[in-house]
Design a protein around this ligand. Sequence first.
Ligand SMILES: [Zn+2]
Length: 292
Amino acid sequence: MHTLFKLLLLLPVALVADVKVAVSYPYIASITKEIGGDEVETIVLAKGSWDPHFVVPRPSLIAKVRAADAIIINGGQLEIGWLPPLIKRAGNAKTVSGASTYLDLSKYIEFLERPNRLDRADGDIHPQGNPHFHLDPKNVLKLSEVIKDFLINIDIQNKIEYEKNHQNFTKKLKEKMQEWDAKMADKKGLKVIQFHNNLAYFNHAYHLINIATIEPLPGIPPSSKHTIRLIKLIHEQKPYAILHDVYHSKKTAEFISSKTAIPIIEMPHDVEAKDGIVDIFTLFDYLTDAMR
Ligand SMILES: [Zn+2]
């Protein structure tokens, strides 16, 4: 056989990954790629620069869910407004809750801000507690183990590969965690304000104290009454900065900053939320740099 023809026959086999895993957010893709290596292809549904609560369920996303062999979601109701209808319309048995190929990461995490009551008086979009748990590196460590076990369960053939990748990932992550801890050491005890409490777990990890949010409740837009209260609070408590996400308007934060002289620091919540943030490592590199 002609050499070139032989090569063409071999190529598709070498390039096609064993398992196609749909994931809701880029941070999940990053961890899954680290563990899955060449054996796994990740299909990301939401962009890192979007509000994770409010993704538009476009038809192209339905096709992505339909093509998947498995799905990994954040859970904790973060995707409640957009992912269940996509999964329903995709009609793919492998991506239905309860399937062995469906993984809900929130099941393995201890939540912060879990409400004591079941009404929605604390806001509409965090009814089970704060779902932004990937912004504590310790949780990333836990999630990498959960994803490793999940991949082994659905693709036992590549068990050794997944275990080896997981070992390498955790080694690197633990080293980086020491570096981030060192960078954040002198920030311990500082007070901060946020627009939305995306950074609850980051603040918990590095001992920052969130004293207020610009939105009065999770998912509720700023009001002038609340903004005036915030300005008073800032004068009294002198927080370090307003930590702001990339996707809400900074108009109210800029107004508050102009009245109080506290700075606004942009703190991306996910991988790919800003240029240069290409994986879970560069996300925490960015966040810990931004705080300096
Ligand atoms: Zn939220």
